[in-house]
Design a binder for this molecule. Structure first.
Ligand code: ATP
Ligand code: MG
Length: 239
């Protein structure tokens, strides 16, 4: 099966300091692949490299078979890749509705009418946002802002989604709610690359995982196997 995304041996630096050392991974159509790793392991840098927000010095990044490394972020976004950054940047002075409206972009030709995202459909997925439609983004709780950040990206009708640590800093009940919502999103067939530190959250959402340690992929395989193998978990994760 041709992967939706194929990252091959990327090396990414911030100035002189190398952060990614030959990172490779493949995301298959319709799957949620989780990139697991401790603080500072290189999860965000991997997602930023894919999105063109930092340019890898070497390696390749192929999206649907075409090279995207070296393209500016807006062109990568136009290919159909949506990005929800870890800092959940929403417009605090715009209402929830306006936050969604400004992100609206028609689907690419390959996306059928049936899966087109509208405010109505976004509110069906995140019902707690519906009564907040006229509230300013900046007044929302952390969980509501995370939902809005995801919802806003969906309004651009992405075919592939990069989600950076969506559960971070949220209360357990909110995390459960978000998990159910992301499971529903997965059922729409959207392909997702998720970065997480929360192993349980990742386990309930994805079948496959890659573990990144100090900028290198140290595990690439089934989520179940990783969870079952205590030695692996202790070696690579903070659990
Ligand atoms: N803009 C930057 N300039 C210099 N170094 C950076 C920059 N951003 C990240 N780093 C460093 O790169 C390494 C990887 O950081 P990255 O943010 O990719 O990790 P992460 O796995 O996403 O961590 P977290 O779980 O804390 O979000 C860390 O050592 C970090 O200090
Ligand atoms: Mg990060």
């Amino acid at each position: 099966m041709t992967p939706v995304l194929e990252v091959g041996g990327i090396e990414t630096f911030y100035g002189q300091s190398q952060v990614l050392f030959g990172v490779s991974l493949r995301v298959r159509p319709g799957e949620v692949l989780t990139l697991l790793g401790r603080n500072g392991a290189g999860k965000t840098t991997t997602l930023k490299s894919i999105m063109g927000l930092v340019q890898p010095r070497s390696g390749h990044i192929r999206y649907r078979g075409r090279e995207i490394a070296g393209l500016p972020p807006h062109k990568i976004s136009r290919r159909g890749i949506g990005y929800v950054p870890e800092d959940r940047i929403i417009f605090p002075d715009l209402t929830v509705w306006e936050n969604l409206d400004v992100a609206r972009r028609p689907p690419r030709r390959s996306v059928s009418e049936g899966v087109r995202w509208t405010e109505e459909r976004v509110f069906d997925l995140f019902p707690q946002l519906r009564p907040l439609a006229l509230r300013l983004g900046g007044t929302l709780s952390g969980g509501e802002q995370q939902m809005l950040a995801i919802a806003r990206t969906l309004m651009g009708n992405p075919e592939f989604l990069l989600l950076d640590e969506p559960s971070e800093g949220l209360a357990p009940l909110v995390v459960q709610m978000l998990l159910e919502q992301l499971r529903k999103l997965k059922q729409t067939g959207l392909t997702i690359l998720l970065s997480e530190q929360n192993l349980e959250f990742a386990t309930r959402l994805s079948d496959r995982a890659c573990v990144i340690v100090n900028g290198q992929i140290r595990y690439d395989g089934s989520m179940q196997e990783l969870v079952a193998n205590e030695t692996l978990r202790r070696a690579f994760l903070a659990v």
